[in-house]
Design a binder for this molecule. Structure first.
Ligand SMILES: Nc1ncnc2c1ncn2[C@@H]1O[C@H](COP(=O)(O)OP(=O)(O)O)[C@@H](O)[C@H]1O
Ligand SMILES: O=P(O)(O)OC[C@H]1O[C@H](OP(=O)(O)OP(=O)(O)O)[C@H](O)[C@@H]1O
Length: 190
């Protein structure tokens, strides 16, 4: 991997709804002090909870896009998502920057960020369905729509992909993910 000694890799955490992306990112940050999670800008109502995100209207989102405030943005689930340019500041401070991306923007992310490692999280379909219903953030129709996307493949041409199965105990997946990512993490300067 051609790596700038000053900047940490972007670690794109991807996979179907309910697979455990947010859970894994939060647990990885607790285990590995140098890891940061990039806060996203989303046109999702603020009261829906889950991850810590900046909630904006679609008009505000369009204005921020026009002002080139985003390093990357995409549409999914009837929402708009963006990664602010601020991620480049986080990359100078962290050993790795975790970010929840759509599988469909990974090649663009690889071009934009250069140093991209994809953490592809998988789980058995029955686990996805049970978790989405337990999470309770989406209604039944939306859960069905998200489960229908579960099998979306990763694009060809990604330089670095590690896969973790989160069908079982979360802690087991966290330990496996940390071990798989360690070789890519920058030492954090004292
Ligand atoms: N290994 C696991 N075992 C049981 N429940 C899990 C596991 N991983 C995540 N969950 C739960 O499943 C739901 C979806 O997890 P989440 O991290 O929000 O997934 P994603 O961000 O991929 O949509 C949450 O309620 C979470 O607590
Ligand atoms: O194209 P896909 O790879 O299927 O991803 C679709 C969307 O799902 C995730 O968002 P979010 O975390 O809001 O949804 P989730 O909790 O259901 O995964 C991801 O960040 C994308 O925005």
């Amino acid at each position: 991997m051609s790596r700038s000694p000053q900047k940490a890799p972007v670690i794109a955490v991807v996979g179907p709804s309910g697979v455990g992306k947010d859970s894994l990112m939060d647990a990885l940050m607790q285990r590995h002090a140098g890891l940061l999670k990039q806060r996203r800008v989303i046109t999702r109502a603020p009261e829906l909870g889950g991850e810590d995100y900046e909630a904006v209207s679609e008009v505000e989102f369009a204005d921020l896009c026009a002002e080139r405030s985003f390093a990357l943005h995409w549409a999914a689930h009837g929402l708009f998502y963006a990664i602010p340019q601020q991620i480049e500041t986080a990359r100078r401070e962290a050993s790795g920057v975790l970010v929840n991306l759509s599988r469909k923007v990974l090649l663009e992310a690889q071009a934009v960020f250069g140093d991209l490692v994809v953490l592809s999280v998988t789980a058995k379909p029955e686990a996805l369905a049970a978790r989405l219903s337990a999470r309770g953030r989406e209604d039944t129709a939306e859960v069905e729509r998200r489960l229908a996307r579960a099998g979306t493949p990763l694009p060809a041409g990604l330089a670095h992909v590690v896969e973790v199965d989160n069908s079982g105990d979360l802690q087991t997946a966290v330990v496996a993910a940390e071990a798989a990512l360690l070789p890519w993490l920058q030492p954090v300067r004292a």
